[in-house]
Write a protein of this length. Structure first.
Length: 263
């Protein structure tokens, strides 16, 4: 395998995946939104945030379910990874991965995966604030146990972290069950006025936003191409990131910790 050392080459693989998703969704009337740091990049830089190295998409729950049920690539290059479909897959949201590549992630290296684009469902959230706070608290703590069951005990040498991982491994609940519980917490089937990305890596409770924001799409330019995002993207970004037009301090400009290869 050849290691990818140029971030522009890595990004090109990601954009190729995004182009295929965009084409598939457009042809099949499936709604998707450029989201998260990718959306900040589109709004603020007309492309990637300069230090960013991934692409994130949101889909309303109904579109997400259709996408996961119907996605295919006749060439076999792009594959859907999703917890209900992919054995040993550790996340509770979907990815589309390029099978001609491989990524080794620093925090968890037991699952082979190609360069990917993340796809997160957007779900309705209860309007009962006490229940909402409890769900977010439960989601956060179940995820901590889930991750400590999966990562290497000696992922780092901090004694407290090693102790937590050992304790979590002793909890008699399989990681697969925890994954299912986390997915159940996402899906609030009754329509409400509020939505959020409720996956384990979703934002905090303050980042819930109006369901009106995802009622339709608008075009947005990213790396010289036109894609889609939610009509209420400004409210979504403000609720999630605050002043998203201001560059964060240099010590907060995080990248993902992985090494990418071409097979």
């Amino acid at each position: 395998m050849r290691q990818i050392t140029d971030i522009q080459e890595l990004r090109q693989y990601q954009i190729n995946i995004l182009d295929y998703i965009h084409k598939f969704c457009t042809e099949n009337n499936i709604t998707y939104f450029i989201s998260s740091g990718t959306l900040i990049g589109a709004v603020r830089h007309k492309g990637y945030v300069p230090w960013d190295d991934d692409i994130d998409l949101y889909m309303p729950r109904k579109s997400y379910e259709r996408f996961c049920a119907e996605f295919h690539d006749p060439s076999g290059r792009y594959e859907l990874l999703e917890p209900r479909k992919t054995k040993h897959y550790i996340y509770t949201f979907a990815k589309i991965a390029d099978t001609t590549t491989e990524i080794v992630e620093a925090w968890y290296d037991n699952f082979p995966i190609g360069i990917y684009v993340d796809i997160f469902p957007v779900d309705y959230v209860t309007e009962n604030i006490k229940k909402r706070k409890f769900i977010f608290w439960l989601k956060k703590n179940l995820f901590r146990i889930y991750i400590d069951k999966r990562v290497k005990i000696l992922r780092d040498r901090k004694k407290w972290n090693i102790f937590k991982r050992i304790i979590c491994r002793l909890i008699p609940i399989p990681a697969t069950v925890l994954n299912k519980w986390l997915r159940c917490l996402q899906w609030h089937k009754k329509e409400t006025d509020t939505v959020c990305n409720m996956t384990e890596v979703g934002p905090s409770i303050k980042s819930c936003f109006s369901a009106e924001c995802i009622k339709s799409t608008v075009d947005i330019v990213f790396e010289g191409k036109t894609y889609q995002t939610m009509v209420g993207y400004k409210e979504y970004l403000e609720r999630t990131y605050g002043n998203y037009m201001q560059l964060p301090p240099e010590d907060q400009r995080e990248t993902h910790k992985f090494t990418a290869y071409v097979k």
